[in-house]
Design a protein around this ligand. Structure first.
Ligand SMILES: [Zn+2]
Length: 401
């Protein structure tokens, strides 16, 4: 993390035009004196499921009594419970229920949010969720990246036919939703209670065919080896990773696939296993941190709380947590400032994408998304719990709060 003391930045047409020490700043049409306040890039929540209906507080109460997440899922609760609520919800109802969660993220300085589908589990249901995510991006001052997560669990229509379900997503739903410009990435829940490696590979091959980047919920409740597969497909990110190994960390760094840590889910599930942080750190590829906002395992709408938990529960430094919600989160969405060597066509596509709309850093040419904080030390960002030190948010060069 580089700190510019007595800094200044100049924005033009929504981008950062100049950044450096105030004493050498060029003349500008209009100046705003921030009186020495700390400024960071706009925060990026790179893993959420924030479009959903209803909630699962009852399941949380059951888990407190000893039921496991897997037990509840096998009995038809869990993701299927939210699926039932989402299927009967109108698009307007989904928007109205999801908007307050997005507002809570934005109030803390978030300017970019990833939103996954995965509770419709029909073509129409997934399309409805993705349209709501896009609508949120039009109504609020935020960049929304959508991810198709139809491969979240097997819906009742495909009971005991997971293979057929994956084939349907790969051959029918993904091409249709992609042609409607609703899909920025494809994700799969690779897990004992989710989908296996062969099924994930089938889906990733279809995504590759269409040039859509992939992501994976990997090694969360057990080690499936999904990370090794995802890195062979140049995945943007592998997320959760509690059961990942040092070998997985090496594969992630080699493929420039970002590990995404989701400590709120770890906390709410009462997890005992933590991701191999030391291995990620020694590989030097960085780590992102996100809320995983969802009604089952992580009913959280505070990225600052996720930073706090990433430091206390997983052992990240304050600087790593801040990079995790800015620079590294941007890379997990293909929005990072990446100028490194290009090793494959998927990576070339990623680099081109990064040049168009990079964010997550205060750098010339990046989006003018930044936050002014009421803090005297930057470490306060992962320190306060339930207190919001965000003073002002600027997105694309405009004050939005
Ligand atoms: Zn998730």
């Amino acid at each position: 993390m580089a700190v510019v003391e007595h800094g200044a930045l100049v924005t033009r047409a929504g981008s950062i035009d100049w950044i450096g020490e105030e004493a050498s700043a060029p003349a500008a049409d209009q100046t705003v004196d921030l009186a020495g306040a700390w400024v960071t890039p706009g925060l990026i929540d790179c893993h959420t499921h924030l479009v959903f209906a209803g909630n699962r507080a009852g399941e949380y109460a059951e888990r407190l009594q000893g039921a496991s997440y897997e037990d509840i899922a096998r009995l038809g609760g869990g993701i299927l419970s939210t699926m039932r609520a989402v299927r009967v919800a109108s698009e307007q109802q989904l928007f109205d229920e999801s908007a307050p969660r997005l507002e809570a993220l934005l109030a803390e300085g978030v300017t970019t949010v990833e939103i996954k589908s995965g509770y419709g589990l029909t073509l129409a249901g997934e399309a409805k969720m993705l349209r709501v995510a896009r609508a949120l991006g039009r109504e609020y001052p935020v960049t929304i990246k959508t991810t198709l997560l139809a491969a979240h669990t097997v819906p009742p229509e495909f009971s005991d036919r997971a293979h057929d379900y994956i084939a349907t997503i790969a051959d029918e739903w993904l091409p249709a939703l992609h042609s409607d410009s609703l899909v920025d990435a494809v994700d799969v829940f690779c897990e004992g209670i989710g989908f296996n490696i062969a099924q994930a590979e089938r889906l990733f091959a279809a995504a590759k065919e269409l040039g859509v980047p992939v992501k994976m919920h990997a090694e969360q409740l057990s080690r499936t080896g999904g990370t090794q597969l995802a890195t062979r497909f140049d995945a943007l990110s592998c997320d959760h990773l509690e059961y990942a190994t040092a070998e997985d960390a090496v594969a992630l760094a080699r493929a420039r696939t970002m590990p995404v840590l989701l400590p709120i889910a770890h906390y709410c599930l009462g997890g005992k296993q933590i991701p191999p942080i030391a291995a990620f750190r020694s590989c030097g590829g960085g780590m992102a941190v996100a809320t995983d906002c969802n009604p089952g395992s992580a009913p959280g709408t505070s990225l600052l709380l996720a930073m706090s938990m990433a430091t206390r529960l997983f052992g990240l430094t304050a600087a790593e947590a801040l990079a995790g919600v800015t620079r590294h989160a941007a890379r997990a969405l293909g929005l990072g400032v990446e100028t490194g060597a290009v090793g494959s066509s998927a990576q070339a596509g990623r680099a081109a994408n990064a040049r168009r709309a990079r964010c997550g850093e205060l750098a010339v040419g990046a989006a003018a998304d930044f936050v002014v904080w009421n803090v005297s030390a930057i470490e306060e960002l992962g320190y306060w719990i339930g207190f919001n030190p965000c003073r002002q948010v600027i997105r694309a060069g405009r004050v939005v709060s």
